[in-house]
Ligand binder design. Structure first.
Ligand code: NAI
Length: 596
């Protein structure tokens, strides 16, 4: 079987696994924990070892190997890098989704390198960790691809700052394998001999667990929840019962490098180890934030200087995002020269609270404006992960009185604006294989509102736009959804009844919009209402319909009229993923009829 280069980017998963405290304890026992580390083995005070995260997604690794098309006889687990986002709870369901990100060629005799990345979420919705797997495929080199770039790990010349000696028992692999890796090489003497070893060998990931325990003990005062990264390279096989030594050098505040040696031969069995951790204050900050945070993410909020956009921008920043607050600062109807005031004020508010933000005063309504808004994010923060298309104006007038200017101005900000900003944003997101876009639609567009033909047309146009971006972004990890908010703002001050205004605080729309902007959101193409504490889904429903006539000649208008009850009915209605799938029932109906 040859390497499948098309496997790059193809989604793998979800791979699901339920676990409880006994699994976490069994894993800890498998990697040498005992009565001197009760936190890892006693359910009353259980802390899950961070390295459990790779043990728990072992099935995913198998899927990567199969998906890549590599020759399974030549595969070695070469490196493992894990980034931790939240402490691992002692029980629950783990859902892992990822993809192969790169396939490199080291040359005909040296093999290929397959790199895959996967995020694992807990049943509570929290994103727990991201694994980056590196597989060395010894039999697959020489296909003519690029060579792999390596991250150089520099070890200080001085003696290690910490040394941890352990002696895995001769039976260690027999316990470790119960956590999921039941490969015969670690238990079966005949299999081990056929594979060129004297006897069964330790699992590399078991030694990895020993090193993780040592790092938590010496660097994090025994608090595994402070670990943010743990990276290793597996360099040599180790026999069970042989003592090991983990040597650790602190290189920075919150960073160390390490190696694990076979203490008898002094050979390095785990090399290029990197461990990173956070100070207790950061742990506290993350605890308070909860599961949805935007650390490391960059967001653009258009129309972020007032109303709903301001509320989104403040909360995104409070939860760790770096925010571009875009606002033209014009009048409610979009007239006037605009002003830097609204965007600047929100940026100042974010900075005062300790967050990061920059202002952008461009109009969303021109392609140049859209490009500049996205460029502001890339220039200031180097990337773009989240776009909230929120800017908006109103020019209400009943249709007979609506001038072409009033029509065009509203379409320009809402609908052209969606195109002008989303296009460069999608380009930036696609390059990183990740993005979340939230569009702002409206009940006026979804259901109609007197005097708002321009606005309603633009707002439903945005839904059509989203329906297609959903398909074009899917392969690149970009999800797009639409919110129909309802809130008391400048835009609605004379539309909504005064007694409702007080209950219509914009912050009620924030939780849903932020969820849709977060990694937790697996959905794409959804429309949601949000306001006053109500949250619900809106959808395009196609009724079951009926087939009239023989399909050879069209039925008459009278025949259609006679079937209107069936045509009108939404009973058994369905929501279709795309235009092609919406055609299927037409075909099926015909086929069913033809066969009848
Ligand atoms: P708002 O008037 O308080 O805020 C809109 C912001 O967009 C303003 O700060 C404005 O300066 C900015 N803006 C206008 N044109 C712009 C342009 N060309 N480029 C950059 N910025 C521009 O209004 P609100 O209520 O916060 O509206 C936000 C979004 O929510 C709009 O898309 C609106 O249509 C939508 N919406 C609001 C509802 C509500 O109940 N408030 C109901 C349904 C939808």
């Amino acid at each position: 079987m040859a390497l499948d280069l098309d496997s790059i980017g193809r989604p793998i998963g979800p791979v699901e696994r339920d676990y409880d405290w006994k699994d976490a304890v069994l894993y800890a026992l498998g990697v040498g924990a005992g009565s001197d580390e009760l936190d890892y083995v006693y359910e009353k005070q259980l802390k899950v070892l961070p390295s459990f995260s790779i043990g728990a997604v072992f099935d995913f690794l198998m899927r990567v190997a199969a998906e890549s098309g590599a020759d399974l006889r030549g595969i070695l687990h070469g490196e493992q890098d894990i980034f931790f986002h939240q402490p691992i709870p002692p029980e629950g369901r783990l859902t892992t989704r990822g993809r192969i990100t790169h396939i490199y060629d080291k040359g005909e005799d040296k093999g290929a390198v397959v790199i895959a990345e996967a995020d694992t979420f807990h049943g509570s919705g929290a994103k727990l960790f991201t694994n980056v797997f590196t597989l060395f495929c010894r039999r697959d080199g020489g296909f003519g691809g690029e060579n792999a770039p390596g991250e150089k790990v520099v070890f200080p010349e001085r003696p290690p700052d910490f040394e941890q000696r352990d002696r895995p028992s001769p039976d260690q692999p027999l316990i470790y394998r119960l956590s999921g890796d039941v490969f015969a090489l670690h238990v079966d003497p005949d299999f081990a001999r056929q594979s060129g070893f004297e006897r069964p060998i330790m699992h590399g990931l078991c030694t990895h667990g020993y090193a993780c325990r040592a790092a938590v003990k010496h660097l994090m005062a025994g608090q595994p929840e402070r670990m943010t990264r743990f990276r290793v390279r597996f360099s040599k096989a180790l026999y069970p019962g042989v003592p090991i030594e983990t040597r650790i050098w602190k290189t920075d505040e919150g960073r160390a490098v390490f190696r694990v040696l076979d203490a008898e031969s002094s050979e390095v069995v785990i090399d290029n180890g990197v461990v990173e951790w956070m100070p207790p204050a950061e742990l506290e900050r993350r605890r308070k934030l909860g599961a949805i945070h935007f650390d490391g993410r960059v967001a653009v909020v258009t129309g972020g200087g007032a109303g709903l956009g301001r509320a989104y921008a403040l909360e995104l920043a409070r939860r760790g995002a770096k925010v571009v607050v875009n606002d033209l600062g014009g009048a409610r109807d979009g007239s006037g020269q605009g002003s830097a005031g609204p965007a600047d004020e929100v940026v100042a508010e974010i900075r005062k609270a300790g967050g990061k933000a920059v202002a952008s005063y461009d109009s969303v309504a021109t392609p140049e404006g859209g490009e500049r808004i996205v460029k502001t994010a890339l220039d200031a923060f180097g990337r773009l992960d989240i776009l909230i298309n929120n800017a908006g104006i109103l020019r209400d007038r009943s249709l007979l009185k609506m001038s072409p200017e009033e029509w065009a101005a509203v379409i320009a900000v809402h609908l052209d604006g969606a195109y002008c900003v989303t296009r460069p944003a999608l380009k930036a997101m696609r390059e990183r294989g990740y993005g979340r876009i939230v569009m702002t639609t409206s009940a006026a567009g979804l259901h109609g509102n007197f005097g708002q033909t321009n606005y309603a047309a633009a707002k439903l146009g945005i839904v059509g736009f989203m329906n297609t971006v959903k398909l074009e972004g899917r392969k690149h990890g970009v999800k797009i959804n639409a919110v129909a908010p309802i809130a008391a703002t400048r835009l609605t001050e004379d539309i909504l009844p005064p007694d409702m205004q007080a209950r219509l605080r914009p912050d009620f729309a924030v939780p849903l919009t932020l969820y849709l902007a977060s990694e937790l959101c697996p959905d794409t193409g959804g429309i949601y209402s949000a306001g006053m504490g109500f949250y619900g889904r809106v959808a395009m429903l196609t009724g079951a319909g009926t087939v009239i006539g023989d399909g050879q000649s069209p039925p008459s208008a009278e025949e259609v009229a006679a079937e209107m009850n069936a045509i009108r009915s939404l009973e058994g209605g369905r929501i279709y993923e795309d235009a092609m799938s919406a055609l299927v029932p037409l075909m099926d109906g015909r086929a069913g009829r033809a066969g009848a």
